[in-house]
Design a protein around this ligand. Structure first.
Ligand code: CAA
Length: 445
């Protein structure tokens, strides 16, 4: 069977940085520990005045095409996944292709373009679409470009403001991929939910506490569905488990759930039973509430055990490294977690070829998807080619007042003129609106 998956990846972060414990917490009269310990966040990335979802996507895509020596003829699809689109008809991928058209010889006239929407899970869905197109033999030897791009902004004063972020992840999806091959086994957990939504509005309506519970419930269902097709999954099967990371504290809540499922019915559960008993089985409880209470108590005990803590620091903690420094990138978030995991492996000289990742995506509204990936021969070259550390270090550190201004600049209901904080350097920039209210871009040398 043809191996299909992610051949290459590039990341573009918004060029501004809001320090959460040092700048945001004091301005909100909050304890910095809420950010560093509770939510697990150090900073959020924000777009400068000339950046938006199109510039970040096009800049990530250009870096990827240049590094891989690709021309428009090599790309059969451009799928943009976003929940920050500014147009109900014209897809963001047409703007991105327009940017790229302006700098390459040849053009994307024969490239199929689209936009995928299902909150943060849309990036993973776009990868699926591209894989299906390749496996159906309809790609004419060409690869697909999947770009997850978002400005994750909340209304000022909303509790979600603590978890904002902005950036793009561009991924080349192809046959015989260099980085990871996706298994065709996948599990879904999907229900009509009103946890987080944007009904014709820029900033989301969020029921934050409920959204956390919905995330956990859909993940649980997706896990059961995956096991129904792939069989039992055990801790030794996966080196890392990158989850959708709206904030690292969310993954800290999801991880015991994952570990509990991983060890259920295994010799590990037997070993732990002497200290914390066996996992509660639903059939032994009269009500669902009693069962959930018992599960919750079991998981509290579980997280205290050295076995759990070792698994967490090996398989989960390394996936959170970039998220901690950039905040939520919505559709790009789980793809940043994959990169974080592989960067950790590269830095610790861990041999990963043939090793496996368990990728757990989630989108509000709500759907979770979980699938395995196998790491391929070229993974280390791909990861070492990234310049993410340099990008993060170069971000301009904004004050709280500058944060308020830049938030207003990106608020479609406000007309805020302000000087840019950084200078563009060989990248696409937003230049203003055209006669039909379309957004316009140019490449700034
Ligand atoms: N020291 C240590 N920890 C502290 C602390 C301190 N001084 N102060 C607070 N904390 C802890 C709290 O105990 C809490 O941890 P637990 O949840 O484990 O108890 C954590 O820090 C956050 O504090 P609060 O619960 O008081 O924070 P909040 O009420 O202001 O909001 C939130 C938290 C609901 C997640 C909010 O940020 C939010 O609405 N975020 C947007 C929605 C979201 O991201 N939901 C996640 C699931 S949905 C999803 O994944 C899709 C998506 O991308 C949006």
């Amino acid at each position: 069977m043809t191996k299909v998956g992610i051949d290459a990846v590039e990341i573009w972060t918004g060029k501004l940085k809001l320090d959460l414990p040092e700048t945001f917490a004091p301005a909100k009269d909050e304890d910095p520990g809420k950010y560093t310990k509770g939510l697990g966040l150090e900073a959020s990335s924000f777009p400068d005045t000339y950046e938006d979802i199109v510039t970040m996507a096009a800049n990530a895509a250009k870096r990827l095409m240049d590094r891989k020596g690709l021309t428009p003829d090599d790309i059969g699809r451009i799928d943009v996944a976003t929940e920050s689109a500014f147009d109900h008809s014209k897809p963001v991928s047409t703007y991105v292709a327009g940017c790229l058209d302006s700098v390459y010889e040849g053009d994307f006239t024969h490239t199929n373009k689209g936009e995928r929407k299902f909150a943060c899970v849309a990036g993973t869905q776009a990868i699926d679409d591209t894989i299906n197109w390749i496996l159906a033999g309809r790609n004419r030897g060409r690869a697909g470009l999947v770009i997850a791009t978002d400005t994750a902004l909340y209304a000022r004063g909303d509790p979600g403001e603590a978890t904002q972020g902005a950036g793009a992840v561009a991924m080349l999806v192809d046959e015989d991929p260099a980085m990871t091959a996706l298994s065709l086994d996948q599990g879904f957990g999907s229900k009509d939910e009103t946890d987080f939504l944007k009904p014709n509005q820029q900033f989301p309506s969020v029921d934050g506490k409920r959204s956390v519970q919905v995330y956990l419930s859909r993940m649980r269902e997706a896990w059961a569905d995956l096991e129904s097709v792939a069989g039992r999954i055990e801790p030794v099967d996966f080196a890392y488990a990158p989850f959708h990371t709206p904030f690292p504290g969310m993954v800290r809540k999801a991880a015991p759930l994952a570990y509990r499922r991983l060890v259920r019915g295994t010799s590990v559960e037997d070993d732990l039973a002497d200290r914390i008993g066996r996992q509660p089985r639903e059939a032994k409880f009269d009500t669902r509430e009693d069962y959930e209470e018992a599960i919750s108590a079991y998981m509290d005990d579980l997280t205290e055990l050295v076995e759990y803590q070792e698994w967490y620091s090996g398989a989960i903690e390394p996936t959170l490294d970039i998220a901690r420094r950039v905040g939520n990138w919505y559709t790009g978030s789980v793809h940043l977690a994959r990169v974080s995991a592989l960067r950790h492996a590269a830095r610790s000289n861990t041999e990963m070829i043939g090793g496996r990742l368990l990728i757990a995506s989630y989108g509000s509204g709500a759907q979770a998807e979980i699938h395995p990936e196998t790491v391929r021969e070229g993974w280390k070259d791909e990861i070492e080619a990234l310049n993410i550390d340099g990008q993060l270090a170069r971000r301009y550190d904004i004050s709280y007042e500058e944060y308020e201004t830049i938030h207003d600049v990106h608020d479609y209901d406000k007309d805020t003129e302000v000087e840019k904080f950084t200078d563009p350097d060989g990248e696409f920039v937003f230049t203003g609106w055209g006669r039909m209210n379309e957004r316009q871009y140019e490449y700034a040398e």
